[in-house]
Design a protein around this ligand. Structure first.
Ligand SMILES: C[S@@+](CC[C@H](N)C(=O)[O-])C[C@H]1O[C@@H](n2cnc3c(N)ncnc32)[C@H](O)[C@@H]1O
Length: 204
């Protein structure tokens, strides 16, 4: 699907994402993960700012999303939670930052929609400081045969409606990117993963 069409799909969902910000189901996971953020933070595909209630005091956030409607909601949420956040409307797959720019990089429920998720994870390795942390909350293919059959069958339809692939192998992609997984927790029949990682060790 081309980027313009995907942006329209997410623009249409912005009000729903804004309403779901304090959704108790996801709250537990987000609170657990985002509490580890510190310093200069990059949040990819920020949506309507679902993680904003959970950032510790003192972080400085650069938040990116290519949906203008989502960015508008995220800006308002940043004000509501008194966060220092620069919300940028851009395609993260086309962006570049200097190497070692961020102490923390956050991605929640976004690897499902990129054209090339592995390429993006490799960029995160470069953008993160060597002693920084990459925090991921991502969904993908589960481990239960009945569920995975259903995920594969519904994937084309759900991608067209919501812009999210259901069948990506999240742990496999993260391992392939060379990120150093420090801690990982899986939920919902292994469809949802919380990951605390360090960037791939780079040759200097
Ligand atoms: C499923 S939503 C998740 C939003 C938010 N991260 C959350 O946890 O609720 C996916 C988000 O990724 C954004 N997105 C998808 N591909 C993108 C890209 N290439 N560049 C920037 N944003 C993108 C969409 O606009 C949407 O806001």
């Amino acid at each position: 699907m081309n980027a313009e069409r995907l942006i329209r799909i997410f623009d249409r969902q912005a009000t729903d994402y804004d309403r779901k910000r304090e959704d108790p189901k996801q709250r537990r996971w987000r609170q657990k993960l985002i509490g580890s953020a510190k310093g200069e933070v990059l949040e990819l595909a920020v949506g309507a700012g679902a993680n904003f209630p959970f950032y510790p005091q003192g972080v400085k956030i650069t938040a990116v999303d290519f949906s203008g409607a989502m960015v508008e909601k995220a800006r308002r949420a940043a004000g509501q939670y008194r966060l220092e956040a620069d919300c940028i409307c851009a395609d993260i797959e086309d962006m570049s930052f200097a190497a070692h720019s961020f102490d923390t990089i956050v991605s929640t429920l976004s690897l499902c929609s990129y054209k090339n998720p592995l390429n993006l994870l490799e960029k995160l390795n470069r953008w993160c400081k060597p002693d920084g942390t990459i925090l991921l909350l991502e969904h993908g293919i589960g481990s239960n045969i009945l569920v995975t059959t259903l995920q594969r069958a519904l994937n084309p339809l759900l991608y067209r409606i919501y812009g999210c692939h259901q069948t990506r192998d999240i742990l496999g992609l993260v391992r392939e990117s060379g990120m150093q997984i420090r801690r990982a927790e899986s939920y919902s029949l292994n469809m949802v993963h919380l990951i605390w990682a360090g960037p791939e060790e780079q040759q200097l």
